[in-house]
Design a protein around this ligand. Structure first.
Ligand code: ADP
Ligand code: MG
Length: 693
């Protein structure tokens, strides 16, 4: 149970003063539904309002707090004109300007003849000192309340600073003093203050350096978050180790049948990965292993061979994919090989017809189906396995620890193999998975040629379309990707549709369109037509990023490549070059190119090495908003900045290890405090393993 002391922080944000249902919705969108979410929303800037000059001395562009007498309201005749209020002190006059100002409201706020303290940005307009929409207008007796440094928070549409500042201040106020969970010696060495004091300090920056991730208050909070996450991972791991495992040994009989049906040889790293997995599965403990490899490095095949080990041992294996499309693709890859082994393979997704689904469920429950590929439908309650020995989770993105655990809890003793297509830099690996056993596929299958990657300004798109025509003449199959604008799926879609129309007009009957809004069946029909060559150009939004596999496709054209992240570009490019034929990638960009975008495109031209690209990506992003990590299943870090806090991450890992060695059930005094830490960061899943174990 969550400690009582945390209860006030786990109330809804609407329990805070000034946050009603309407603002509550916006705040929830911004930070999350609970008071504790507000605590983690740290200011990104500050406004120093301590500058309080006389009106004549106020300088344009600066923030000033002016104390003035209200003189006159100039109500506009024409609503397009601004509403003006003239004020003054002994040194000069100040004009307040309001667009769409409401007369009744402004007359109440600024009564003629009274003194008001006004704070905002000073402008000089035709020699007059002016302020447009001042941030604060208060009576004289509240002057002190605004003469201070104000934290500035990130907002969302519809929200303004003031209510957010108020709500966060109230949330911080509500935060209790908690029993210290950090090691005292470490705390002293870092010169960190208590959690509550650090929290209050982080929300009350007094100067720019206070906003740095290295500021002790922020560093402490970041460390708390990292420790919670590392401890949670370590606890789950520890828990899994203490569960009874099983030794799953195969005799390679099915391997031979499957490999015999393959038209190619395994690469050296595929072979090594299979051996590592086989060795893990043969041990009596539970396996938790990550299979990491670049796009097209052949992970699916390795996963399948691992599944065969389970089948050779007379048990079952399941492969769970994050999307319907991927599940079907894995199924299509695996099906012919499964056939060669004589095993029964099923597909289970949310969209199966009831009769078929019933049959599959029955086969899994009685063991007559040995292998299954599916979506999260696999972890639904009605799915039972006769004897599941291996769960493979393809975690291209989207899956969290929860689903992973749900699948492995489907049986007494399941070995777990997690596949990820995103090469993850070491720091991120550590943050996402702690110390995890990893198999890496470092080479591409033999016979693959380097992808000819070029960058071309968008103005030359007509030439690109002409070139497309020539390529079609030689039988090429082409992906044409239109960019994703996060905020607007509509515009996105419109762009892709427009491109589809233009290309269709030029190449009638040869162009297909693929996007996230399409129904599953339509999408599959289009994919199939492209895979079979009935369509030659596939215009798509980034839905194809997640694992579309058409080996015959050899051209990737990306419009507005400058809008994509490096990891995303790499994933997209990985959709071609999957066969022996020579492939091309054209990155079309619009001017002006920012420094980062320029660097990204240069790296794309320079290398195809996913691990190198991932490192560069991390460097370029400064790791502030690690978008690429969405794909790595990285827990969402709100306080820690993995680039800035890499050392803290190591320290948190070491500390978590130490805790697990000394007090794995968190029974000591520090252990109890650490439980509170886990709850604070919503790692209840990890606490639950304590009770279960
Ligand atoms: P990933 O899942 O790592 O992106 P896949 O497993 O989908 O890669 O493999 C990509 C393509 O390469 C598939 O068409 C697969 O059949 C093929 N492939 C896999 N291993 C090899 C190999 N050793 N040699 C040649 N082709 C391979
Ligand atoms: Mg794959």
């Amino acid at each position: 149970m969550r400690p009582q002391s945390l209860t006030p922080l786990f109330a809804q944000v609407t329990s805070l003063p000034g946050i009603g249902p309407r603002l509550g919705k916006l705040v929830e969108k911004l930070t999350g539904p609970l008071v504790v979410d507000l605590l983690w929303h740290l200011p990104f800037a500050l406004i120093d309002r301590r500058n309080a000059p006389e009106v004549a001395k106020a300088k344009a562009g600066e923030i000033a707090t002016l104390t003035v007498t209200v003189e006159e309201h100039l109500v506009p005749h024409n609503p397009r004109q601004p509403y003006r209020v003239w004020c003054s002190d002994e040194t000069g006059r100040l004009c307040l300007t309001y667009f769409n100002g409401r007369e009744d409201y402004l007359k109440k706020l600024l009564p003629v003849g009274e003194i008001r303290v006004i704070s905002g940005q000073v402008e000089l307009y035709q020699g007059e000192v002016q302020m447009t929409h001042p941030d604060h207008v208060v009576p004289l007796d509240q002057r002190e309340s605004i003469l201070r440094v104000e934290p500035v928070y990130g907002l969302t549409a519809g929200l303004t600073q003031r209510p957010v500042q108020k709500a966060i201040a109230a949330a911080v106020e509500r935060a209790p003093e908690l029993i210290e969970w950090q090691d005292d010696a470490y705390l002293a060495r870092q010169r960190w203050t208590s959690w509550k004091a650090s929290l209050a300090r982080a929300h009350a920056p007094a100067e720019e350096t206070d906003l740095s991730p290295m500021h002790p208050a922020r560093a402490r909070l970041a460390f708390d978050e990292l420790l919670a996450s590392q401890l949670a991972i370590a606890l789950v791991r520890h828990h899994n180790r203490t569960l009874p495992g099983r030794a799953t040994k195969g005799d390679r009989r099915l391997h031979e049948a499957a490999l015999g049906a393959l038209p190619f040889e395994l690469t050296a790293s595929q072979k090594a990965a299979v051996e590592e997995i086989a060795a893990d599965m043969a041990k009596p403990e539970r396996m938790v292993r990550l299979l990491q490899g670049d796009v097209g490095s052949g992970k699916t095949l390795v996963a399948f061979l691992a599944m065969l080990i389970a089948a050779e041992a007379g048990a079952q294996a399941a492969l769970m994919a994050p999307t319907e499309l991927l599940a079907r693709q894995h199924y299509a890859t695996i099906a012919p090989l499964a056939e060669a082994t004589g095993l029964k393979l099923a597909l289970l997704t949310g969209r199966d017809n009831q009769r078929l689904k019933k049959e599959t469920l029955k086969g899994l429950a009685d063991g007559s189906i040995q292998l299954v590929v599916g979506t999260h439908a696999l972890v639904q309650e009605d799915v039972e396995f006769a004897d599941l020995a291996l769960a493979v989770v393809d975690e291209q993105h989207r899956f969290g620890v929860h689903q992973r655990m749900a699948l492995s809890s489907k049986s007494q003793a399941v070995d777990l193999l997690v596949m990820t297509a995103t090469p993850i830099p070491r720091t991120l690996m550590l943050a996402a998975y702690g110390d995890l056993d990893v198999s890496k596929l470092t080479e591409k299958p033999a016979g693959r040629q380097p992808i000819d990657t070029r960058t071309i300004p968008l103005e030359r798109i007509a030439e690109v379309v002409d070139a497309t025509g020539r390529m079609l003449g030689t039988g090429s199959r082409i992906y044409w990707v239109c960019p994703l604008i996060e905020e607007s799926e509509e515009i996105d879609l419109a762009n892709a549709e427009e491109r589809f129309r233009l290309l269709s007009a030029r190449f009638p009957g040869k162009v297909g369109l693929l996007h996230g809004r399409l129904k599953g069946a339509e999408r599959e029909a289009t994919m199939a037509a492209f895979a079979e060559g009935r369509l030659s150009i596939l215009v798509a939004t980034t839905v194809i990023e997640v694992g579309v596999d058409v080996p015959a496709a050899t051209v990737m054209i990306i419009e507005h490549a400058e809008r994509f992240g490096l990891a995303q570009l790499h994933q997209l490019r990985g959709r071609v070059g999957r066969d022996r034929a020579k492939s091309t990638c054209l990155l079309l960009y619009a001017h002006p190119l920012g420094e980062t975008a320029k660097a990204r495109l240069a790296i794309m031209r320079e290398t195809e090495d996913g691990f190198r690209i991932a490192e560069e990506d991390l460097r370029l992003r400064g790791a502030g908003e690690l978008l690429g990590t969405r794909q790595s299943g990285l827990p969402d870090m709100r306080l820690a900045d993995l680039a800035a806090h890499a050392e803290l991450l190591q320290a948190a890992r070491d500390d978590a290890r130490l805790v697990i060695d000394r007090d794995p059930d968190l029974k000591s005094e520090r252990g109890a405090a650490l439980r509170a830490l886990l709850y604070l960061f919503r790692r209840d899943d990890a606490v639950r393993t304590l009770r279960a174990g």
